[in-house]
Write a protein that binds this ligand. Structure first.
Ligand SMILES: C[S@@+](CC[C@H](N)C(=O)[O-])C[C@H]1O[C@@H](n2cnc3c(N)ncnc32)[C@H](O)[C@@H]1O
Length: 287
């Protein structure tokens, strides 16, 4: 809500506004003083967490840690994650789920990528990630909201990772900021990079049970994507479930679980506790 109001009055992302950013920076030491006694001193500071996770509820780190753990639990339960999994997170932001995977991955490995350079640099500097061999790549793909001057178009982007390189690939709140052709290309790339038997978890706003949500109504549709804000569609984008199923099926990858319905829509058919706001789908590449 705060972010939406800010958007109404400010062009671009809230952290790009010098006045708001000064306020976020001023809160960093107070947030740290609250976080440390809770055992959350290893998390990124407040002004960094809000870049990829929104302002609401971020103070003190509790929500950040809780949702990271919830998502990591889903990866174990429905995406076959084990301590030996080779994992790629696309659009990892400031590492919300990566922190929750620190104690769960041992002989496997974690690669996080994002197009928002500041968030990736934060992850790259963290001792907890360095000690565990977690790797983070900043890739210069354009997105009107997060990287408007990016060099490469998402709809023709080839990731710098080998075929069949990962057992688990996941995207949390990333396809919710990407348009049809871009998502189609990413699904093609995910299918290429997944090892046979590998899993993919995607969070999304599914348009199948109504378009009216707590954050606004997805009243506009172009190609296969629906969106709230015609001035900047990437702020919040939704799809029908069939769009994902068709596109993964083109590459031989099948729906394996879901949807787990999220709480974003009014009158959501909630499932599995529905503590995560968005709907979640799981896919699997056959062996
Ligand atoms: C709402 S944030 C979520 C961050 C993270 N997944 C999490 O759960 O905390 C959306 C993220 O998607 C990233 N993103 C947007 N477009 C992208 C693209 N084309 N490729 C990779 N990441 C992208 C943004 O930079 C941003 O970090």
């Amino acid at each position: 809500m705060i972010r939406q109001i800010a958007r109404k009055f400010l062009k671009g992302a809230s952290w790009d506004n010098p006045v708001l950013n000064a306020g976020f920076l001023a809160l960093d030491p107070v947030d740290w003083a609250v976080r440390v006694p809770r055992g959350l001193g290893h998390l990124p500071r407040y002004s960094r967490r809000i870049r990829s996770n929104g302002v609401g509820g971020q103070f003190g780190g509790g929500k950040f840690a809780h949702l990271g753990n919830l998502l990591a639990n889903y990866l174990e339960t429905h995406a076959g994650l084990t301590s030996g999994s080779r994992v790629l997170e696309i659009g990892c932001g400031v590492g919300r789920t990566a922190y929750a995977l620190l104690d769960r991955l041992e002989q496997g490995g974690f690669t996080g990528m994002d197009i928002e350079r500041v968030s990736i640099e934060d992850c790259q500097q963290r001792g907890v990630f360095k000690r565990k061999g977690f790797k983070f790549d900043s890739l210069d793909v354009r997105n009107d909201e997060y990287n408007p001057n990016g060099k490469y178009d998402a709809h023709e982007y080839r990731f710098p990772y080998d075929d069949n390189a990962f057992d688990v690939i996941f995207l949390v709140s990333v396809f919710t900021h990407m348009l049809t052709k871009d998502v189609e290309q990413y699904i093609s790339e995910i299918s290429r990079m997944l090892a046979p038997g590998g899993h993919c978890m995607v969070t999304t706003f599914l348009m199948d049970h109504g378009r009216e949500g707590q954050i606004g109504t997805f009243a506009h549709t172009e190609d296969r994507h629906s969106f709230i804000d015609p001035k900047m569609p990437e702020v919040a984008v939704g799809y029908e479930q069939g769009f994902f199923e068709e596109n993964f099926a083109k590459h031989g990858v099948e729906l394996s679980h879901g949807p787990i319905w999220g709480a974003w829509r009014k009158n959501s058919p909630l499932s599995e506790g529905a503590n995560f706001g968005q709907d979640i789908l799981f896919f699997r590449k056959p062996k």
